[in-house]
Design a protein around this ligand. Sequence first.
Ligand code: GLA
Ligand code: ZN
Length: 672
Amino acid sequence: MIDLKNKGLLHGGDYNPEQWLDRPDILAEDIRMMKKAGVNVVTLGVFSWSVLEPREGEYHFDWLQDIMDRLWENGIHTILATPSGAKPVWLDETYPEALRMDEWGRVRHHGVRHNHCPSSPAYRKKVEEMDTRLAEQFGNHPGLLLWHISNELGGSCYCPLCQKRFQTYLEKKFDGDIEKLNHAWWTTFWSHQYQRFDQVEPPFANGETSIMGLNLEWKRFTTWNMTDYMKSEIQTLRRLTPKIPVTTNFMKLYPGLDYRMMAKELDVISWDSYPRYHNDYESLYDTCMENAFDHAVMRGMSKGRPFLLMESVPGAVNWHAFNKMKRPRMHKLAALQAVACGSDSVQYFQWRKSRGSFEQYHGAVVDHLGRDDTRIFLETQETGEMLKKLERVSHSLVKPKAAVLFDWDNRWAIQDMKGLSQEKKQYEQTCMTMYRLLAELGVEAEIVSRDDSLEAYAFVAAPMLYLLGDGTAGRLADYVDKGGHLLATYLTGYVDKDTLCWLGGFPGDGLTELFGLYSEEIDSLYPGDKNYVKFDDESIGEVRDFAELLRVKDAEILGTFTEDYIKGLPAVTRKQRGTGAAWYVGARLDDASLKGLLEKICREAGLSADPLPSNVERHVREDDRFRYTFYLNYGSAPAAVKASGTNLLTGAQAEAKAVIPPMDGAVFAKSI
Ligand code: GLA
Ligand code: ZN
């Protein structure tokens, strides 16, 4: 367990005192207000490079030392960021190789942020020099809690340095044999065979974008290269400050990098959450459940440790299509949700609004108004008080018994496949729906990837597992053989790790045997097309978007299609293997009937499905002695829930039931 020194939960956020060095009055006021708001941590140094090193080799750290000292004197920890998220102008001037090249082959001009070439030796060297000095100066600071590598690493670079690294990477991957690459990528199609690795270009937007294997491998390479870059920063810090853990802040389900790969290199997983609360296209509950899924993805990567909510906004952001204010109580509820899902922190971007430039209208705890009695400030303060009451929950864990398999390689492959209905593929939403429906049944799910061990779960839902990497199918079969319940859906097992189609029937690589069926065709439905599944209990489910023509060999048929030429053909099946079972649903079902199916599976898997009232979310964290049950009510009416123990937020005792007021939450502690 990484010791984050704190005994309770962290509360704070990004703080940019370098923007206010000529205003000591404001800096002093900040500390006073932080204490008032119950802030015990701030993140310093994100984007501070041009103040830390205004000219090459000229370092100015005094201001940082001073502010860190003063924060610490006031009981506030520091998460110290390396400043590599944005480059000072002198760096791009002196080392133009650090500038990124885009997918059209255009070299970027200096400016903005998150735009360095991760391969550039000059950039890596400059960052190393900076990180070394930061670690030397602040590594032993008693207030230093955690290193924050760069900021929201992302994007990809197509420059000659990156191209070269890509080619070397491919050469290694394909054992120096270009014919292996040609076969894996099926390059005979459209005469795209390569003769040498140095002929392989990245998939430039105006170049080779038609080879699915290349597109996928470029994404994997981009992850590998960005991770390699991140590791270079981590290495410097670990060498000099082995006791200080490292993190970097992830962005939700950012599609550009496989976070699972990056997570392996980090001590602590942290992420930035900015849901579109109170929008006009879904219920608040749905918005929050998407956020719960994102939290679960982070938790899944944390491997038995709490994660951190590194950024969220107390008010409104400035980059949504509509930058809507968080309505009263939303902020506290969102903070409670983070902790309920397994976060040991609630942090913000940002403490104080910048006076000018790009984010001057982005929400913050302290507005341009500068007051500590604003609606937002007061709710932040209340959040601080709430987190204090929940202190003992820190270090406890959420331990789900079910899992949803969500995989980056798979989403990339699905996104890029040419077929079906592009806009209806919705892989991410499909995984979220599984997660949400399970949650409504009272079943907490972990989010796992195809390489994770499945041992801890009685039930695994693996929707749309289009790509089967090496060993994936074997692992799934093994899971069922050992008594697990596995649910697969339409679009399972179509391609291998390089996106070559499996021959001899989908789902491939032996899974036709596991499920006792094969899929002969897949239909894309127009929104106006209608089909239904009739289950053996006579219930009817609606089919949307996709339906497969299944040929069943030795599975039990649980539901059949009711319309069109597939009328009477199997749609939902189950094959028993020992005490486990492999379930298959060959169509996208409406929520209610999918939920019915999930309930049946959970029951068979021995998971006590205990459905929640509508608009209510529940999570359970546990430590050695206590179970902490969190309830959140997003509805407009009070909700009656099952509860026993002490409500840590109010001190009230619950015997068997409790009522959660609208837009409120509760946390019941009960000894195990
Ligand atoms: C990201 C960044 C922050 C800030 C916020 C705005 O999370 O890390 O620097 O730009 O977005 O929402
Ligand atoms: Zn590059």
